[in-house]
Every structure is written in C-alpha cells, then in structure tokens.
Ligand binder design. Structure first.
Ligand SMILES: [Cu+2]
Length: 289
C-alpha cells in the first residue's frame, strides 16, 4: 500500500468518527423541556425575568459549546496531523514569536469576554431595575431561622399587615409544607421585596423564580419582579446562618388578585395589622437611626 493510500484510508475513518461525535453531541442536547430551560429549575413564564435569565444561560452555553467544538476539532487535528511519525529523528522545527498569531489569540478571547459581559450586564440591569411605585411592597425580614413577611401599605395593600413564620421542624418524618411561612403574591402585579435581616446574613432564594439575594444586617437589598404564573413555589435561605439554617424554609404562593385581597383580609382578621419592622431586629447596634 502506498503512503497516499494509507493517508486516504485514515482520512476516510476520521471523518465518520467526527461526524458521529457531532451527531452524538446534538442528540444529547436534544429538545426535552428540561434542556430547553438549560436544566434550570424554572419555567419560562414564572416571572417577568425568568425567560430572560433562561435565554442568557442557554445561549451562553450554546456559544461556549460551539467554541469548544471548534477548539477540540483543531486540537485533535493538530495532534493527529502533526504526530511524530515512524522513523522521525530529532526535534521538530522549533518556532517562536509569531506576532499576527499572538495578536489573534489575544483578541479573539478578549472579544468573547466582552460579548459575554455585554449581554450579562444588559440583562442584570434589566432584572435589578427598581420599578417606580410597585403595586405590592413587602418588607421581608430574615431571622434565625425563619421569615417575617410585612405587606407594606400601598397600591394593592390597603392596610399594612404581617405574617410571622416559625422554623420548619425537619425531624426525618414526612414533612407538611403547608405549615411553612408563606409569602403570598398577586399575579401580574409589580412586586418589590425589601430584603432585611434581623441578625446575621441570610439569603432569600426562590429557585423557581431564578431569584436569590443576600439579606445583610443593616442594609436593605431589593428584588423587583412581576409573578406571571399561578402556583406554589419553594423558597429557602441560601446563606449558612447557623445551626438550623436548613430549616429556614418558606413558600411563595402566586394567586389571583381576589385571593390576594382575601389573604390580606385574613391576616387583618387574625389581628396581624401593622408591620414587624426593625424594632424586632436582634442586633442593637444596627437600630441607631
Ligand atoms: Cu438564614
């Protein structure tokens, strides 16, 4: 067999293998509901932000996979095409200082980082923008190890009311989620959550909303969103905050406007009027106003 034939048969083998690899990658990334969401724990329409976050995540992955594929193919090609052949002696030709090539491989990654930066920054601004005059303002206070939800008087809250939670009891027995403190939100209304802590650093996290933000003593952080799907979602503290951190659970219930008003009336009927504000914070140094 001549050397030309050998190269030909090798190439004939290499192409189907590469094809198989690409087809396999595409099949694995097939279009299940989970893969369309980039395996994030959220539906596109949970809030006004979730679609945007899912798009940023999925498109970033598609981009890096394409870049990865090009890089891997080039690497494998170099390894195969320039491998040491039988009968070769000594070192291969040593090269250095290829200025155009060096500029090329500095500029391309820099360009990619800037593109990622641009889209991340654009979406983050959009997500973090505070709405003027939100329909519902809720002062959420994290405490070791539960939550207080203060519905602050405003457009959709006729009278200030509160709900105060106690920590979940995770003792290994089947756990009844209905006893968890529940943040009730009306669908399609603008919501501002004022995130505060009564003691140590906590973190407000609702996976289904793709929203998580630290609650720092003495500082108010904000989450602005509009829930756009009815449902009940799990929430938890996402910052190790002491012995019973894992029991610092809550739920978010997105309900109709009528059900929201019914919940406000229910809290009022229980006598839970007014708000449990910073006067109940545990760190006295932070209460100086
Ligand atoms: Cu916590």
């Amino acid at each position: 067999m001549s050397s030309q034939d050998r190269t030909g048969s090798r190439r004939a083998k290499f192409i189907p293998i590469t094809g198989l690899f690409i087809a396999g990658a595409l099949a694995l990334s097939g279009c299940t509901a989970e893969s369309k969401n980039g395996w994030l724990p959220a539906e596109r329409d949970a809030t006004n932000h979730t679609g945007r976050i899912i798009d940023l995540w999925v498109n970033s992955w598609i981009t890096v996979l394409i870049i990865g594929l090009i890089t891997w193919v080039l690497m494998i090609w170099c390894i195969v095409a320039y491998r040491r052949r039988k009968g070769t002696v000594g070192y291969p030709r040593q090269t250095s200082y290829n200025l155009p090539l060096e500029i090329f491989y500095v500029m391309i990654p820099l360009f990619m980082v800037l593109v990622f930066f641009y889209f991340t920054d654009r979406d983050q601004r959009e997500i973090d923008a505070r709405v003027d005059n939100p329909d519902v303002t809720i002062d959420v206070r994290g405490k070791q190890w539960s939550w207080d939800f203060n519905y602050v008087q405003g457009n959709d809250v006729k009278e200030a009311v509160y709900d105060s939670g106690v920590q979940a009891q995770l003792d290994g027995k089947p756990f009844d989620k209905s006893v968890l403190p529940t943040l009730v939100l009306p669908i399609n209304r603008t919501v501002e959550l004022e995130l505060n802590s009564r003691d140590v650093i906590h973190s407000f996290w609702v996976p289904a909303f793709l929203a998580k933000r630290d609650m720092v003593p003495g500082k108010t952080n904000y989450i602005n969103l509009t829930p756009t799907a009815l449902g009940t979602f799990d929430g938890k503290c996402a910052e190790l905050c002491g012995e019973y951190h894992s029991e610092m659970l809550f739920r978010v219930k997105v309900v109709s406007e009528a059900d929201f008003q019914a919940h406000m009336a229910e809290l009022k009927a229980k006598g839970q009027t007014g708000n449990l504000g910073s006067e109940y914070d545990r760190n006295p140094n932070l209460n100086e106003k």
